[in-house]
Design a protein around this ligand. Structure first.
Ligand SMILES: [Zn+2]
Length: 441
């Protein structure tokens, strides 16, 4: 009889299509067997998951951990600990806000060496597209980037320039030839720059004025443009962090036409509004900005109906001093990578009857398939990595500042109560989070 390393018994497995009670046996970091009853099997370690749900280790395809260069804003060690605590076992780090940005092989190697040493969970790196780095894209692809990222409007950081239309188109031809995916921050540079200047000249610090200076139609315009380029170049495109279903309509139509496009939204667009931004201030500032409650509700409908492919945190932290004072001057990024699952459970499962399978899809199978990791990651299945999250859906907690593992402890969600608590997180069969504390690997 086989001796397994770990056997997890009596849990409810959250799969892509169903939630089913089953036992899981793990050997050498992989799921070796899933069966209704493994009570006869022998394991070096036995875990009783009675009363708990077991999710696949989640994939957060959108974080900014800022290392090297701006490790005082976050850092791979603190960021990855926050993920483990939040049930995320794989992250894709964005090419910007670290310095140097990941726009060539040297910068990739630099970040990859740091991540290899410091990350508590698995990771992949995004490569960047900026004016002037067309000749680096093939090198980056060969380094193993998960995809490429471009900004259609200012990134908010000087060392990562927005891609003008010519750069975008040229990059898309190149990325298509390499078989890669281009992720875009889709807001119109012309519209956001001009409206932003008007708002700042008036020094209008209201949340509504900020939100209206980056209007939904600016996202729609940019998305329509990138879809036209995607059709012409045959480049696969992933539209990140949409804030409204109005942005979704052209994407759904493009999918019907056969354009290879997927779309992401973020927990903050599913749980916070422009009214929250007015109350919370800069800590809830992001771009695209928070919208009205009706947009939040419509986005949920889209998540539940399967029209949103992936959910990423867009964890974009900074020093706490940069999230205070003037709304217009403050850093535009929300710290949120630890709480994505909590928000999906509280706002989706509990308040809107969202099936748990939606979480398994949007943070499991969908990102794994989109970015080529489906052989190892993204679902609870035999032969895949034993990345598993044990959650007590009924346990409620109020998020405290000291619960956060971020380098700079700040979050717009502090003080909120969530139903659904991560009890244990396994990465390749090894515990990385256990009963309210991360486990050093
Ligand atoms: Zn981002």
């Amino acid at each position: 009889m086989a001796l397994y390393d770990v056997i997890i018994r009596n849990g409810m497995l959250v799969k892509e299509e169903e939630v089913v009670k089953a036992d899981i046996a793990i050997i050498e970091g992989k799921i070796a067997k899933i069966a209704a009853d493994l009570s006869d099997a022998a394991g070096k370690e036995m875990v009783d998951a009675k009363g708990l749900h077991i999710f696949p280790g989640l994939i957060d395809s959108h974080v900014h951990f800022n290392e090297p260069g701006r490790g005082d804003w976050e850092g791979i060690e603190t960021g990855s600990k926050a993920l483990a605590a939040g049930g995320v076992t794989t992250f894709f780090d964005m090419p910007l806000n670290s310095h140097p940005p990941t726009i060539n092989k040297d910068a990739f190697d630099l970040k990859n060496n740091i991540a290899k040493e410091k990350s508590l969970v698995d990771y992949r790196l995004w490569g960047g597209v900026v004016p002037g780095n067309m000749d680096d894209l093939e090198d980056l692809m060969n380094c193993g980037v998960i995809g490429f990222k471009a900004f259609m409007s200012g990134s908010g950081i000087e060392d990562f320039e927005a891609a003008d239309d010519h750069t975008l188109f040229a990059a898309m031809e190149k990325i298509a030839s390499l078989g890669g995916v281009l992720a875009v921050h889709a807001e119109s540079d012309v519209i956001t720059a001009q409206l932003g200047k008007i708002t700042s000249d008036k020094n209008n610090q209201s949340a509504k004025a900020f939100s209206e200076s980056r209007p939904i139609y600016s996202e729609v315009e940019a998305v329509q443009r990138i879809l036209a380029y995607a059709e012409a170049t045959k480049c696969s495109v992933h539209i990140v962090h949409i804030s409204s279903v109005k942005v979704l309509e052209p994407i759904i139509n493009a999918k019907k036409k056969g354009i290879n496009v997927t779309v992401e939204t973020c927990p903050h667009y599913l749980s916070l509004t422009v009214d929250d931004l007015e109350v919370l201030g800069p800590i809830a500032k992001c771009a695209p900005p928070l919208r009205e409650q009706a947009e939040v509700d419509h986005l949920w409908d889209a998540v539940i109906s399967g029209n949103i492919d992936t959910i990423g945190s867009d964890h974009s932290p900074s020093l706490t001093s940069m999230k205070k004072g003037s709304l217009l001057e403050a850093w535009g990024g929300i710290s949120g990578c630890q709480t994505t699952l909590n928000i999906l459970l509280e706002e989706g499962y509990w308040k809107r009857d969202m099936p748990l399978t939606v979480i398994a899809k949007t943070m499991g199978t969908n990102p794994a398939k989109r970015f080529g990791l489906e052989a190892q990651k993204g679902s609870i299945a035999e032969y895949k990595d034993a990345d598993l999250v044990l959650v007590d859906l009924n346990e409620a907690f109020t998020l405290e500042l000291e619960d956060l593992y971020y380098r700079n402890k700040q979050s717009p969600y502090v003080g909120k109560t969530y139903r659904g608590k991560v009890k244990q997180t396994f990465l390749k069969g090894q515990l990385v989070f256990d009963d309210q504390k991360v486990v050093p690997s």
